[in-house]
Design a protein around this ligand. Structure first.
Ligand SMILES: *[C@@H]1O[C@H](CO)[C@@H](O)[C@H](O)[C@H]1NC(C)=O
Ligand SMILES: *[C@@H]1O[C@H](CO)[C@@H](O)[C@H](O)[C@H]1NC(C)=O
Ligand SMILES: *[C@@H]1O[C@H](CO)[C@@H](O)[C@H](O)[C@H]1NC(C)=O
Ligand SMILES: *[C@@H]1O[C@H](CO)[C@@H](O)[C@H](O)[C@H]1NC(C)=O
Ligand SMILES: *[C@@H]1O[C@H](CO)[C@@H](O)[C@H](O)[C@H]1NC(C)=O
Length: 469
């Protein structure tokens, strides 16, 4: 490992943050999912025990652990157990040369916009992006003069950071901020659907709190997608050309596949009621269910290996989302699209606009019985089955978590460096995220088969307030 002094000459801050990343983070990332569960358990307990107490400190053991990380009444919760960011990551050398952040024109050092991770993104304390300036350079961001940190003591006070990121679904208490400055932006980060929430999620406290949203929603200030499908230059244009390409698939993707459809699932009861749909589908079709709600197959921390194994034997995969919310299309889709298996989707996102035509089957367009019949037709006719793979040479699916984090952080860095044209804040973040018809919860006793009209959704006028400067 290079010493700090050596690397400082090459690139300010690089070595410093790399040392922290290469020791603590890799140690962390090597830990098994069992460890994650071990750390998540106290967190869940903590939420249960503290949910009604608000800021009140109790003498309970779990609560005491929280109290450890109260600092002058600022609550810093790392999202994993009782360890705050600064405790877990080796305490940084307090002799940080602030000129490396504030910039030094004479030495040609640019001023950096600072981004503080208030809490971790579940078990990613660095939001899967990284710390320091280097990740912005590595990601080849158009603007790289930013610095990300989970160290609230890098600068003298929290109100000095240009942006503060709050991972909303794992905030287990009020992000109690003593002071904030007019210039800084509070960013609401969420990659969960609004139907998935911890207590404390829907608090009036969050009114007039966040300035920016960073979510999978396409109308977020900063979009952090689960995946993206890239259209290559060679892709056919128009229905005619697509039809020609569909009829011209040379490989037989059905070869050697003896099984029909498979589903990996760990949430057995969901707001999307997908389990009801599958329950009926299963009576008419050969569906193998693995995971917590089915047979054991392979462990979820080796999901990629699991997918590799299923694409050999199975023709279809159930990419069924746990929530039917606007734009909520997760890696369950993008990851599977990349493989030699046809995803059957069940979600409220606009698949047509993000995926190649004829690359997936939309379950919500069929009743389970109709779908079973259709799968049977495809199962018996390899030509028809192979048509679902026509697009493979012309498109590329991107879903790597780090790659998607890069997209979001590059945008954030760019926005922080742009001259400001207006002030903005979310007067009612809940109305923006969860209000109106953003999510659907099908009737418990009815299998959902309707198509959703997401062009007709509304955000109350005062959810977001914008004031031109
Ligand atoms: C967490 O809690 C344990 C038990 O109270 C304590 O020993 C430890 O120092 C705390 N902090 C960290 C970083 O583990
Ligand atoms: C059909 O696919 C082959 C490659 O598999 C390609 O060379 C050929 O140009 C394609 N024909 C049409 C009409 O697209
Ligand atoms: C399979 O489907 C194609 C396209 O509809 C059709 O031309 C062909 O006859 C079918 N094959 C069988 C065996 O039914
Ligand atoms: C950020 O939000 C706060 C709180 O609503 C607001 O006072 C402040 O003007 C906003 N800042 C910017 C730069 O928009
Ligand atoms: C949009 O939805 C609202 C209720 O959610 C309904 O009253 C209205 O007629 C719909 N508009 C259109 C154009 O479908």
């Amino acid at each position: 490992m290079a010493s700090r002094r050596e690397t400082k000459n090459i690139l300010p801050l690089k070595g410093y943050f790399q040392i922290r990343t290469s020791t603590a983070f890799s140690r962390w990332s090597r830990q098994s999912s069992t460890t994650v569960i071990l750390y998540a358990l106290p967190l869940v307990l903590l939420i249960v025990l503290t949910r009604d107490n608000g800021m009140q400190r109790t003498t309970d053991l779990v609560a005491q652990k929280v109290a450890e990380i109260y600092i002058d009444d600022h609550v810093i919760i790392a999202g994993v157990g009782n360890r705050s960011q600064y405790e877990y990551w080796d305490r940084p050398d307090r002799n940080v040369d602030l000129a490396l952040i504030r910039g030094d024109e004479k030495k040609g050092i640019p001023a950096l916009k600072t981004i503080l991770f208030w809490n971790g993104l579940f078990y990613y304390p660095d939001y899967a992006f990284g710390r320091g300036r280097q990740p912005f350079i590595d990601a080849k961001c158009p603007v790289t003069t930013c610095l990300a940190t989970d160290d609230p003591y890098l600068l003298d006070s929290v109100d000095q950071y240009d942006a503060v990121m709050f991972h909303w679904p794992s905030l287990c208490d009020y992000p109690y901020v003593a002071t904030r400055s007019e210039h800084q932006l509070f960013v609401m980060v969420s990659d969960e659907s609004p139907q998935w929430r911890f207590s404390g999620y829907k608090l009036p406290f969050y009114k007039d709190f966040f300035n920016l949203t960073m979510t999978y929603r396409r109308d977020s200030d900063i979009e952090w997608p689960y995946g993206q499908v890239e259209v290559l230059a060679s892709a056919p244009v128009g229905e005619e050309e697509v039809l020609v390409a569909r009829r011209n698939v040379s490989r037989n993707y059905a070869a050697g596949k003896s099984k029909l459809a498979v589903w990996f699932v760990s949430h057995c009861k969901t707001d999307s009621r997908r389990e009801f749909y599958v329950h009926v589908l299963k009576q008419h079709s050969r569906i193998d269910i693995f995971g917590k709600c089915g047979k054991p197959f392979c462990s979820f921390d080796q999901l990629n290996d699991c997918y590799q194994r299923i694409e050999i034997d199975y023709k279809f995969y159930l990419s069924f989302e746990n929530s039917l919310c606007r734009d909520y299309i997760t890696e369950k889709f993008f990851n599977l699209l990349d493989r030699n298996i046809v995803p059957i989707v069940y979600g409220a996102g606009n698949y047509e606009s993000i995926a190649p035509p004829h690359s997936y089957i939309d379950a919500l367009k069929y009743t389970p019985v109709q779908l079973a019949k259709y799968l049977d037709i495809l199962d018996k006719n390899d030509t028809l089955y192979n048509e679902y793979f026509w697009w493979k040479p012309f498109y590329k699916s991107h879903y790597d978590y780090k790659e998607m984090a890069n997209i979001a952080f590059c945008q954030l860095c760019q926005q922080l460096n742009q001259p400001r044209t207006h002030l903005q804040w979310y007067h009612d973040i809940d109305a923006w995220y969860d209000g109106g018809n953003h999510c659907h919860k099908p009737n418990r006793f009815k299998v959902p088969i309707k198509q959703f009209d997401f062009d007709n959704y509304t955000i109350p006028a005062d959810a977001v307030i914008k004031i031109p400067l």
